[in-house]
Design a protein around this ligand. Sequence first.
Ligand code: LLP
Length: 435
Amino acid sequence: MSRVNSVTTNPVYRDDELIRSLVERYHTPLYVFDEATIRQNCRDLKSAIEYPNTRIRYACKALTLGAVLRIILSEGLWIDASSLNEVHRAICAGASPQQIYYTGEGATADVYAHLVSKGILINCTSLDQIRLLGRVGGTKCSIRVNPGEGNGETNKTNTGGPSSKHGIYYTELDEAIALASDNGTLINGIHSHIGSGTDLAAWLRIKDKTLALARRLPDLEIVNLGGGLPVVYDDQADDAMPLQAWGSALSKSMQQFSREFGREIELQIEPGRYVVASSGILLAQTQAVKSTAEEEAATGYNFVIVNTGLNHNIRPTLYGAYHPIRFVPLHGGPRDVARDYVVAGYLCESGDVFTVGRDGHTLKPRCLPEVQVGDLMVMAGVGAYSHSMKSEYNSMNLPASVLIDASGTPKVIERRGTIHDIMRRELEAYNEGVG
Ligand code: LLP
């Protein structure tokens, strides 16, 4: 039986003693990342795909902290970047330009010229980007296609089909090929990324549409089938993902594709969530417990207010995403009585609630042992798209990030934010204005 990448398997999630000591030392709110979990996820991915000519890229938009990038690079994964600043951060973490692949919906001549001068392969996502690349003298590119169908955890994370803005629609492939040829740009790669949190059976089926398009590119060297691999957030509701079966099916299909194509084509995939989601925990502290229950009426809720919010994990509000939550009493053992609680953040925003239904709005209380002020909230599955989508809304300071390294030692890898961080650009603008 292969390991299930469930976000609750992170050893930090259930380690009450470690949680209390981290909070005592680094305070709340706090992101905690586990190096061993990141490494295990990388290794599981590598061993799942036996096709020999495979390159796994990490979609670093999922979590872009330098310490994390260094771990992932040391596991032999390369980088998928979606902005010039992600490129800079990857290079700071030790990636060489040749290890970086660039896919961005927005592009300017300056950005493209910079990428071309560094030798970074650009994945053009529109006909206009192919034109732009030609203007800045790009001689080689990959193209992102929308194969006409997608699949994601929610509509907001589905990136294929006619309602998706992403990529060159498959009906425009001939035009893309003609344009590149007019510009003297060689198309050496084809890419599709059909969604995030994708059902793997759908992923495998839709990849055949991309492979069918790939056959029409004579200079093809690389097929990049994107990311999207799901993880288990809810042990009760989510099916465990058959990673090995997916890897074997993918390998077989690539072997056949290369045989038919007449030469061995490099397979690339670029998962983000799979690599880091389970590695991250968010710690906060209970600031208030209140109730809207009316006497003798069956309405109302028990609310737990914690000192974090959608500013540190926007996924429940944005997608109705489920994240496991437990509370650790600051002192003493577990409590016997259980109640239904809505866990909410500290922001002045009604939607700042962590326990919501799939629509992202309906309150979905969870049955938890009695929660008291001061108890520590532990939220799992915040390794992907939580830290990287954080904000300073309500002028709240950003949390510090701690990495539990491979030897089990916690290290601060990003300090807590300050009022100075929040106001710095404003103050500098003022100083420039009056200076
Ligand atoms: N490649 C491209 C071109 C992408 O746009 C993405 C994600 C990935 C790879 C990695 O996808 P993954 O393996 O992580 O599913 N914020 C959302 C997810 C949006 C992902 C955007 N692109 C969330 O929190 O679920």
